[in-house]
Design a binder for this molecule. Sequence first.
Ligand code: 0O2
Length: 216
Amino acid sequence: MDTTEEQYQGFLKQMGEDSFLVPYKEACQRTEQKLAKINDDYSRRLGRTFISQITFRIKTPESCLNKMLKKKYHVEKETAQEHLNDISGVRVVCNFLDDIYKLVEILKEDDEVEIVKTKDYVKKPKASGYQSLHVIVLVPVKDTLKKKVEIQIRTQAMNFWAVVEHHFVYKKGNYGKNEFEKDLRECAKAIYKIDKKMLLLRERMESAQAIEQKTG
Ligand code: 0O2
């Protein structure tokens, strides 16, 4: 084994150790609990489902290594801790476009989490067509320790697109060379139109319902 290979193997081993992973798992769990509570509260207030799905995952050591190499970072645990924003990743799926932004506002008001960075790929989709809003937050784990969590917030339709594209194109790492990219971009645009239409439809239905309730 040459020195680079030895370094990579050492990194993979460290990234897979419980001492490294446990705080990240805890950060995910705390974020998930917080979001579930927000969901209960707002679903009740709004009288409809606010969040339809919350999932989380810890980035695998292999995926961390690939990202470090892609970003040309020095392959060591401390650099990963400092620069990888999504070792802890939580995904939130909402029904409607406006709920994405409502959730960001709720998180901004939350004293327990600190927003480090927001990336709005809904307003400005990626070249691939990818739409999602990413909020990187610092979550307290224990005592003074805080861990970064990347919360990806998107609609059901955006999630459908992202999951399919992630499987067939993004994870294959052959972006720019794939024959399906043009069609995927078109689907992403159609999805945005549907999301906007569904939001307008919900607003009209809510207004109609409010009038009906007033007039009895
Ligand atoms: P995986 O396998 O999902 O974990 P930065 O946060 O700015 O330091 P980063 O993390 O590259 O840099 O930011 P970016 O581009 O916002 O990507 C973060 C994550 O968003 C990715 O994580 C994917 O999960 C998702 N993502 C970004 N672009 C695309 C895309 O074109 N298609 C799909 N399906 N998902 C995308 P990972 O670690 O790259 O991958």
